[in-house]
Design a protein around this ligand. Structure first.
Ligand code: A3D
Length: 320
């Protein structure tokens, strides 16, 4: 049986890291695609030359022509521009929307059966546009944000509680922006919800509130430190976990920007929700019970995403 084929559309900071991780985990053969000539080829060769050292079998190639992604099982999309200090994700909308059009058409023509994971920002609007431009089934086009936002939340909580990250689970819902909704009630240390841990004296509400805010600002914190671009190690690891769940039919429960029709009062909209990812793509959207305050935060986040989607329609009328 041949190895799965994984196409990485965009061979920048995240694209290169994705290729390396896919190789190290032996998830499949990699094709890096980019409009920049030499970049995907150079990164593919460099990673391939590391394979004898690390002992992984995975073919690596780079291309500037969409025909190279033919028959890909998974496409992970990072093509576009990242933000610089002082920019919001939303500032990227106009330029990255045009990129999604060419990427969507390329995937539709050459890899229509792929599971497509979008990472390009502003995420929730770009994954919506990518599904429209590509015409692929909605359960096969998904955005990566919740896994990353939850990972940041988990990391900060593990630091606060001085426990292993393995024992911390956390949930972040909503859009991937300032209005994202880290859910403390559904976040636990060894199964103990955060509000109980505060009652037990393990932390204080103020400290948890500060961690929630740091999670919301997690992307900007890295942009502020790097100055030349945005985070790439953790975003790449997050997307790889989604690709792995699909390729191995793991049916992991992962928060993703998924098409929601019915749940959470939504009728056909992309937003961050808990999902089950298996061989059929997004196999289930999990609707959890929200209290009034949580629902209000989620609604605010959904409104922010709706604003971005309307802006996309204004820029490209074919999306209406
Ligand atoms: P970067 O290192 O600039 O890589 C982007 C690559 O896209 C470059 O190599 C470009 O040449 C290439 N590119 C530009 N236009 C096209 C095109 N039309 N077709 C193919 N390739 C093209 O950026 P990065 O890898 O750091 O980030 C990529 C994207 O991910 C940005 O939009 C970021 O904002 C976004 N991002 C999202 C998250 C989420 O959690 C959702 C996190 C971090 C970054």
């Amino acid at each position: 049986m041949s190895r799965p084929k994984i196409a990485l559309i965009g061979a920048g900071q995240i694209g290169g890291t994705l290729a390396h991780l896919v190789g190290l985990k032996e998830l499949g053969d990699v094709v890096l695609f980019d409009i920049a000539e030499g970049t995907p080829q150079g990164k593919a060769l460099d990673i391939a030359e590391s394979s004898p050292v690390d002992g992984f079998d995975a073919a690596m190639s780079g291309a500037n022509d969409y025909s190279a992604i033919a028959g890909a099982d998974v496409c992970i999309v990072t093509a576009g521009v990242p933000r610089k200090p002082g920019m919001s994700r939303d500032d990227l909308l106009g330029i990255n929307l045009k990129v999604m059009k060419s990427v969507g058409e390329g995937i539709a023509a050459h890899a229509p059966d792929a599971f497509v994971i979008c990472i390009t920002n502003p995420l929730d609007a770009m994954v919506w546009a990518l599904q429209k431009f590509s015409g692929l089934p909605k359960e096969k086009v998904v955005g990566m944000a919740g896994v990353l936002d939850s990972a940041r939340f988990r990391y900060f909580l593990a630091e606060e509680f001085k426990v292993s990250i393995k024992d911390v689970s956390a949930f972040v819902l909503g859009g991937h922006g300032d209005t994202m909704v880290p859910l403390t009630r559904y976040s636990t240390v060894a199964g103990i919800p955060l509000p109980d841990l505060v009652e037990m004296g393990w932390s204080t509400q103020d400290k948890i509130d500060a961690i929630v805010q740091r999670t919301r600002d997690g992307g900007a914190e890295i942009v502020g430190l790097l100055k030349t671009g945005s985070a790439f190690y953790a975003p790449a690891a997050s997307a790889v976990s989604m690709a792995e769940s699909y390729l191995k039919d793991q049916k992991r429960v992962l928060p993703c920007a998924a098409f929601v029709d019915g749940a959470y009062g939504l009728d056909g909209f992309y937003v961050g929700v808990p999902t089950v990812i298996g061989a059929a793509g997004i196999e289930k959207v999990v609707e959890i019970k929200l209290d009034k305050a949580e629902k209000a935060m989620l609604d605010k986040s959904i409104d922010a995403v709706k604003g971005l989607v309307e802006a996309c329609k204004g820029i490209d009328p074919s999306l209406n």
